[in-house]
Design a protein around this ligand. Structure first.
Ligand SMILES: [Zn+2]
Length: 161
């Protein structure tokens, strides 16, 4: 972002505050050249990295599409709409904070999977099975077993505490 006073290209963000819905962010910025300060309200969509698809083409970050795929994976599972929204918003803010220009659709899928794993394991398996396109049932089972082990480990931890 350019300084509105002297048009210098480098500015510093002094603080960032997302709004309640997580759709926009208020920032205080300072120019690194003239030191003047100003406030901005930025929309997430303005700054999201482009998504590189497997075939090498770019497409804009599509939060609705991601949300829909999460909704489908969470069908009939005890996951609230608010939790799904939060999952996507978390991914968006992490991407914004990382400041990257592009992300591969594969990495984006991994981000969603990480989030789903915390929310609901069945939803996670459903999403993963589509996203990673398991080659065969053996791969799917390996993933399930991996999950069960993790679950057992965390149950044991809970007991010993
Ligand atoms: Zn300036």
């Amino acid at each position: 972002m350019k300084c509105p006073f002297c048009r210098h290209g480098d500015t510093k963000v002094l603080d960032s505050r997302p709004d309640a819905e997580g759709r926009s962010i208020r920032r205080r910025r300072q120019c690194l050249s003239c030191d003047k300060r100003w406030r901005t309200v930025e929309q997430i969509e303005d700054e999201m990295p482009l998504v590189i698809k497997k075939n090498g083409t770019f497409q804009p970050f599509d939060r609705l599409k991601l949300l829909t795929s999460v909704e489908v994976s969470c069908g009939k599972r005890p996951v609230s709409r608010a939790d799904m929204e939060k999952l996507i918003a978390n991914i968006e803010w992490n991407l914004l904070e990382s400041g990257i220009d592009t992300i591969s659709s594969i990495d984006l899928g991994e981000n969603v999977m990480d989030g789903l794993k915390q929310l609901d394991e069945i939803a996670y398996i459903r999403f993963a099975s589509v996203y990673r396109r398991f080659k065969d049932v053996g791969e799917l089972m390996a993933e399930v077993e991996d999950l069960l082990h993790h679950q057992r480990d965390s149950n044991n931890e809970a007991k010993s505490n």
